[in-house]
Design a protein around this ligand. Sequence first.
Ligand SMILES: Nc1nc2c(ncn2[C@@H]2O[C@H](COP(=O)(O)OP(=O)(O)OP(=O)(O)O)[C@@H](O)[C@H]2O)c(=O)[nH]1
Ligand SMILES: [Mg+2]
Length: 417
Amino acid sequence: MEQERFLLLAVQAGPEEDVEASLRELEALAATAGAETAGWLIQRREAPHPGAYLGKGKLEEAREALAALDATGVLCDDELSPAQMYHLQEALDCKVLDRTLLILDIFARHASTREGKLQVELAQLQYRAAHLAGSGAALSRLGGGIGTRGPGEKKLEIDRRLIRSRIHALKEELDGVVRHRALLRSQRERARRPTAALVGYTSVGKSALFRRLTGADVLEDPKLFATLDTTTRTLTLPGSKQEILLTDTVGFIRKLPHHLIEAFQSTLEEACYADVLLHVQDASSPQLLAQQEVVYQTLAKLGAAGKPVIAVFNKMDLNAEAPQLRDLQAETSLAASAATGEGLGRLCGALERTLRARARYLEGVLPYGQGGLLQELRALGELQEEQYLPEGVAVRAYAPEALYGKLLPHLRPLPRG
Ligand SMILES: Nc1nc2c(ncn2[C@@H]2O[C@H](COP(=O)(O)OP(=O)(O)OP(=O)(O)O)[C@@H](O)[C@H]2O)c(=O)[nH]1
Ligand SMILES: [Mg+2]
């Protein structure tokens, strides 16, 4: 397969829109998919042309640039309608891709678990179904390469009837996988471990922090969307000696295709089940604030708004100003570096404080017959004091809500004095 080389196309709707940042990101996405960027072309107009994305004059410019830059196709920064895709192909006579197809392609190649693969195939086929409803011709003209690859290099279906029955089958299979995961989650919840999730924009260092904190061997990669599956490990907080569960999740990006959000709902909403969110941000990125906003918007869409958030300004080794950064939507802000290990103690301390604020304080005497509960308290809560008395163990502790409810009926008042 020859190296694909794209001319990037974008429409700048207003002066406040940071099209260049969006295009730089599109360039990184293209590189992640294995393509080169030949150049950019930005059109200033109120909205993309409904017919061919670009207006007539720009279309001519694009045709000339394609030849001059020796590009094999164009890549648009917005999701194209079926008509736009068709007309662009007619006018430019080259491969036409959009941001959505590109992201779907990257997801297709990075998915490794069964659930991930099912979700990607579903998202790809739903995109195809929507695009076949129009002219349909555009997709069949993609040829091969980026935009046509399915999970495991499966050739994607372009027959409308087959797509519909495959979508149906995929949904059923996914339902089964999701039910199984819900079961695992409820088993986990019964173990009552407090849970924290690493969330954030793609490539900010979530997996790098996860590795540093838990020692888990997860992929950490400069490529965008390196992580597509959620991974959970235990983490013992050094101060309180409390065992919690830490989850690494898939990253967010601006203009995340809605077919992906729909298909990846179960993976994306993993953050919704956490007690605390660690919102990892790249302190060295000039796009810090824009990325922060995208993450909060996506979290709100997924129903995870309102969770306590600890903002972690990662990559502080690349920005000396990182300790001064504040995230006003978070309860706490702190700087850290997964590369040097700096700030990880602060991070664990903030987790302990946030979990403690959500835990219930209790004191009393636990009879010796309840040794199992004492062990749970030691592992899942924060045991501040224990003293062995003739009638049982006197404890002062913070316990997660559920464990508190279980302990309360067994506690006797502390002896006076
Ligand atoms: N200099 C520096 N680089 C870092 C730091 N943390 C992560 N990186 C690098 O940033 C890149 C992305 O890191 P990942 O951990 O894969 O990022 P992620 O947030 O998990 O990204 P996705 O899974 O793609 O959403 C990798 O090349 C890391 O080595 C840091 O503290 N300092
Ligand atoms: Mg990752």
